[in-house]
Design a protein around this ligand. Structure first.
Ligand code: ADP
Ligand code: MG
Length: 582
């Protein structure tokens, strides 16, 4: 249908009750693009209506409508495509916010695309192929009370929207230099991350990077008084990036790395930047070239969480009353058991690097010094501290650890690399730390044994989901700290590497998807994660939902596992051991 018809129809709906808006669902042809009104809200206070625009792409050719296609080189690699889609999402958001000044209040008159963060993620808000560009967004159809404002709606959809499309999705109207920079930065960062392993590194922090943030609730870079990062000479490495040429910075080798230094000297800030180095960042963020092994997982203590059948025996054994720790379950974990479970679950899901900060660790999980060993016999202490397992973990499973530890020198013996933060600047102090370890013995008796122990695979069951039959449970996401899934609110405060609600919404959809496809009591959690990620890779996050949604963003298997592991309704059985003769 022609957009003029939509205009007329909206004028005719003026003053009618809000429900009458339902009639406008459908597809409309505009000059240069097509508008699909997929879902119409039934009430002005309900969640807004869902719409899409589709713009034909013709490579580099001009079209009659004046909307210019995007050059294919801007999306010729997966990295570039993700970056271009991210850029256009931000552009749409900005232009729509400017247009918003002019009409309506509340939801009424809103045009909005899924919100973004400092991270560049694969999003479903904008999609592009060599044939078509698609943008998905929401609209608050205008009302006064529950009465339709037809003229406003007509102007919103038939005048404002074409303007937004022209300013946000027409290549001719964009800042091509900024767009190219966005795309090339992301491609270079992906390239760097992929180069880490062959250089024997688990993380890279570029010289000049700005790591501190504006505040604990504002992830934009600190502008005033931020000291740019500068690598110590002994750890400096250089790369030749495909787009932006040579870059130097600090390489953190695989193995065990300690970050030491006085309080308030920038240790946690460095570790946080490394934790988010699993993602790419927008140009100007300051962390564009802080890149980390893609399977690095931030670990912390999380007392109060539930644990379902996790083998925590490498760290915790012979509990009082003879409770087993090979399939340990609790509704209310302690600091140390939660930290042990967080590590074992991360390893089960495939983590290759652990990131640990003393600020958010349980003391008795991290250290047990010589004096305490003398007072409390090992037979009366279920916990084997991390210091006695960190080396074995690397030896047996090649899992590296980067650990912030300003409070105890007990880790000097097991460290490969020691970095001291002084006035926000790193120095390498490995030799000094080793000399001190030689000179002053800890008088500790190692408690960890020569091996790390087994990393068990569990088969998950979520009973709550199965009871609800084929109706998928409702998921609700308000911020990155909680996913409401059916009757359950999953607390994710301690899962620090989920950065956007869009990711959480996708993870919620993935839980339902798992239930529908892979929850047969046979597949291990690890296998399920592999299947889901493979499905996502071969199509897109759209496979997770019944209809196209614009508010999903990609996540790692590690975060999907983290959410699943925190469901209080989760049950698990341990995977039957393979027959020795099979
Ligand atoms: P630590 O973990 O060593 O106690 P933090 O990393 O928490 O220290 O940093 C302390 C404060 O210093 C924070 O407010 C942080 O934002 C700020 N900060 C960290 N790095 C820098 C830097 N490079 N330049 C300026 N301020 C910084
Ligand atoms: Mg700190």
């Amino acid at each position: 249908m022609d957009f003029q018809r939509l205009y007329q129809q909206l004028l005719q709906l003026d003053q009618r009750s809000y429900k009458a808006y339902k009639q406008i669902a459908g597809v409309y042809q505009f000059a240069g693009f097509q508008l699909s009104i997929d879902y119409v809200q039934g009430d002005p206070f309900a969640s807004p209506s869902r719409l899409r625009v589709q713009i034909p792409q013709t490579g580099s050719q001009e079209t009659d409508s004046g909307i210019q296609s995007f050059p294919e080189e801007l999306y010729r690699s997966h990295s570039r495509e993700v970056a271009l889609r991210d850029y256009l999402t931000r552009q749409f958001a900005q232009v729509a916010a400017e247009a918003r000044g002019r009409r309506g209040s509340g939801n009424s008159g809103l045009i909005a695309i899924a919100p973004t963060s400092q991270q560049v993620l694969e999003r479903t808000s904008v999609l592009i192929t060599s044939k078509q560009l698609e943008a998905r967004f929401v609209v608050g159809l205008p009302a006064r009370g529950r009465t339709i404002l037809g003229k406003q709606a007509a102007e919103l959809l038939c005048e404002d929207l074409p303007l937004i499309v022209d300013r946000a999705l027409n290549y001719a109207q964009l800042n091509s230099t900024a767009l190219r920079h966005h795309v090339e930065t992301v491609e270079d960062a992906d390239w760097l991350r992929q180069k880490l392993a062959e250089r024997g590194l688990v993380a890279f922090v570029a010289n000049g990077a700005i790591l501190p943030r504006q505040s604990g609730v504002d992830d934009r870079p600190l502008i005033q008084n931020a000291l740019p990062f500068e690598s110590p000479a002994s750890l400096q490495v250089s790369f030749q990036r495909p787009n932006q040429g040579e870059i130097s910075g600090m390489g953190i080798p695989s193995g065990i790395t300690l970050i030491v230094g006085g309080g308030y000297h920038g240790k946690s800030t460095l570790l946080k930047a490394i934790a988010l180095g699993i993602y790419n960042h927008i140009p100007g963020d300051g962390r564009e070239f802080v890149v980390t092994d893609p399977a690095a997982v931030k670990i912390r203590a999380e007392d109060g969480r539930s644990i379902a059948g996790v083998n925590i025996s490498p760290f915790i054994d012979h509990l009082p009353q003879g409770r087993s720790t090979e399939q340990f379950s609790t509704e209310n974990a302690s600091g140390s058991t939660s930290q042990a479970a967080n590590i074992m679950e991360a390893l089960e899901a495939g983590a290759t690097v652990l990131l640990v900060d003393e600020d958010t660790s349980a003391t008795n999980f991290m250290i047990r010094d010589g004096r305490m060993q003398a007072l409390i016999a090992k037979s009366k202490e279920p916990i084997t501290p991390f210091v006695d397992k960190i080396r074995q973990l690397y030896q047996d499973y090649s899992v590296s650890t980067i650990l912030v530890m300003g409070g105890s020198g007990d880790y000097f013996d097991v460290a490969d690399t020691v970095i001291a933060m002084t006035d926000f600047q790193p120095q390498e102090v490995t030799a000094q730390a080793k000399a001190i370890a030689q000179q002053y013995s800890t008088d500790r008796t190692p408690e960890g044994g020569s091996q790390f122990g087994a990393i068990a695979q569990r088969i998950p069951h979520f009973s709550l989901l199965q009871e609800r039959g084929d109706r998928p449970p409702r998921t609700k996401v308000r911020d990155v700290d909680e996913l409401v899934f059916g009757a359950e609110a999953i607390d994710l405060t301690a899962v620090e590497q989920i950065v956007e609600v869009n990711q959480l919404r996708a993870i919620g959809a993935a839980l339902t998807y798992i239930q529908q496809h892979y929850l047969d009591g046979q597949y291990s959690l690890k296998t399920i994660l592999e299947y889901v990620m493979a499905d996502l890779q071969s199509s897109s996050p759209d496979v997770l939902t019944a209809f196209p949604q614009g508010d999903l963003a990609m996540f790692r298997p590690d975060e999907l596992a983290a959410v699943l592991n925190r469901m209080r309704s989760l049950n698990t059985t341990s995977q039957p051991k393979a027959h020795p003769l099979a």
